[in-house]
Design a protein around this ligand. Sequence first.
Ligand SMILES: CC/C=C\C/C=C\C/C=C\C/C=C\C/C=C\C/C=C\C=C\C(=O)SCCNC(=O)CCNC(=O)[C@H](O)C(C)(C)COP(=O)(O)OP(=O)(O)OC[C@H]1O[C@@H](n2cnc3c(N)ncnc32)[C@H](O)[C@@H]1OP(=O)(O)O
Ligand code: FAD
Length: 662
Amino acid sequence: MSTETKCNPDLVRERAKCTFDVNELINLFYGSEKATKERRHFEDAVLAVKELKDAIPEEYLSHKERYENGVRKATILRDVYRDYKAKHNRDPPPNQITKAVIKDISPFLLHNGMFVPTIAGQGTPEQQAEWLPKAESMQIIGTYAQTELGHGSFIRGLETIATYDPKTEEFVLNNPTLTSFKWWPGGLGSTVNHCVVVAQLYINGKSHGIHPFIAQIRDLDTHKPLPGVKVGEIGPKMGFQTANNGFLGFDNFRIPRKNMLMKNAQVLKDGTFVKGINEKLTYGTMVMVRVGIVGDCSFYAALAATIAVRYSAVRHQSHIKASEPEAQILDYLTQQHKLFIAVASSHVYRNAYLWMEKMYTNVMKELSQDKQDNLPELHATACCLKAVCSRDAGSLVEECRLACGGHGYMASSNLPLTYGVTIAAVTYEGERTVLLLQTARYLMKAWMAALKGKVLSPSVSYLLNSLKESKKPWQNTPEGIVKGFQHVSFGKVKAAYETIQKYMKQGKDYEDAWNLASVQLVKASEAHSRAILCEVSWEAVCSSSASPNLSRVLQQLAQLYLTYWTLETSGDLLLYSNITKDDLIILRDKYEELLVAIRPNAVGLVDGFDLRDEILNSTLGSYDGRVYERLMEEALKSPLNQETVNSSFHKYLKPMMEKAKL
Ligand SMILES: CC/C=C\C/C=C\C/C=C\C/C=C\C/C=C\C/C=C\C=C\C(=O)SCCNC(=O)CCNC(=O)[C@H](O)C(C)(C)COP(=O)(O)OP(=O)(O)OC[C@H]1O[C@@H](n2cnc3c(N)ncnc32)[C@H](O)[C@@H]1OP(=O)(O)O
Ligand SMILES: Cc1cc2nc3c(=O)[nH]c(=O)nc-3n(C[C@H](O)[C@H](O)[C@H](O)COP(=O)(O)OP(=O)(O)OC[C@H]3O[C@@H](n4cnc5c(N)ncnc54)[C@H](O)[C@@H]3O)c2cc1C
């Protein structure tokens, strides 16, 4: 029997309506038919491992049990990765199967996501040769320990100290205050035995800024903290329950000189400090992860959209016309307005990620040739896209959850957990406002260069064009809208710059003027991000190799994104571009037409994300649409349903009722 015949009939009908080839979309989204095959093959291999299946839903486990189950599954998953590599002589293809296995966040996320990359990116060839084989094969497990109780954003203010002792050729690590304790690193709580510690380097009483050091913190056999190490877990959070975030403090803890990662700056045996070519290269891992987070945002938007769109196709409630049966809630235009932007945004973030990945790879290549010219552009762009995509993705996931009504509030919908995980990215790897202000620094410099008629980097060259060109009449085309967003960014950058100048003319120094203009600076960075997202995604759609049928739908999605944000930010466009009220009315109508045009393909579009049921992990979103059956099946797994009468009845309820009779 085919899967289709077991499906909810609404979903069968939806799939029959689809005007494009879903497999073509899947292959386009993931790169190629080969990439799809390899990814699915790997996912199959993981899901075939019986031990990775959970007996009961994670939510019924205690904090400790949940962590232990997470570690158990992460180690099995690690074996599957290793076996795949041994068999195929290459890493497994990019995939999201960890989400099907760990459900929440792996206690190894920081090992793979930051510990290994930091050794690779910040270590000398000798250090890489020493640490990488051990780390990659999991002989040692590590994390990235930077944030402290007192400082996360302002990393120059970190208080962990590494004092060089030339007599023994060692660094002495200390956390002199409570606020200097490391706080947050994933896996630190109970999992890792090593970490990259970011600390202030002192030589002969002189500070040399922050640098990364490798420290072994637990015994490899007993796992006990080494003498001089105080380490533990920070407790339950809004999400990330299995990430095992921890705290760490050192008391005169010695590590050899070779444990400072010295690709950028070095400390010689005699204590001579050799400065790197650019001290900000020490922040390299964060830049890489910020790029990766844009890709993650695409995944989370796709996951939430898949669940909410499928559910909305299955769910019937009320009537559009009294004479007709109860409507699928997906037929309400308000529902389409809530959901289709999540589908469209997932594609936008995916294209932005691929674009950023190219920029990242180019800059890394240039850095290996000691060329740094494009590093500021990479940093500025990664900061603002990470900031804007993570916040937007969080809001989209929450909107999808709300769009599922009461059932969206069930843990078994997987939308609450997904929200907790998605929204965390607004804060980690650089808090949103702080990162937008980094981009604003870059924009102010670009603006000053533009005023002097200098050539600007590609991502900000529109500032120069907008400065040179007189504003042309608004055009209600995608290209016209992209230009409009560039005008908004131009206008906001100019206004923020002029506000700083105004305060300085009033006698304020630059720093105070900056702070007074910072709300505008943040808005300028947001507008710059929106202009990039619109331009990059529209160009990607126009240059795609999709068939005419698919291309039409992808263009509709991209236009939906452009139109949605035009309407959302119409005040800005009225202020800074030549858009008129009439143009906005035309675009409002166009937006509604787009929702109606996308509607028949809604289920096909989310099927095109190719997220299997195990990854969705949702009663509401599975491929077959057996929503109500699954809700009931999951409810019956509650421990409270494993007994007819709970002991609390005899202990509390009955005595209470009897007391009440007296
Ligand atoms: C291609 C990639 C492909 C794939 C990616 C692969 C994997 C990733 C995949 C997915 C990701 C998902 C998960 C990953 C794993 C982990 C995530 C989970 C947990 C999270 C971990 C963490 O949170 S770790 C801690 C992160 N902490 C921060 O982000 C701190 C934020 N703060 C800062 O970065 C800095 O303090 C600051 C930038 C805000 C300020 O620095 P400061 O030294 O004070 O600088 P200023 O004096 O303000 O001067 C600024 C000048 O320096 C330039 N600058 C700053 N940073 C950089 C940089 N990184 N690169 C280059 N230049 C930089 C800045 O532009 C200024 O220049 P001026 O010319 O204007 O002076
Ligand atoms: C789930 C999760 C996982 C994490 N994992 C790790 C990890 O593995 N390793 C690690 O080292 N860290 C980790 N972190 C820490 C994370 O990187 C920091 O929390 C983050 O960088 C924000 O720093 P903060 O907490 O100091 O926020 P703060 O800087 O204290 O932010 C608080 C408020 O102050 C504002 N603010 C701060 N500075 C400025 C400024 N200059 N201008 C304007 N406003 C400002 C912010 O905008 C924000 O509104 C994790 C955090 C989370 C939530």
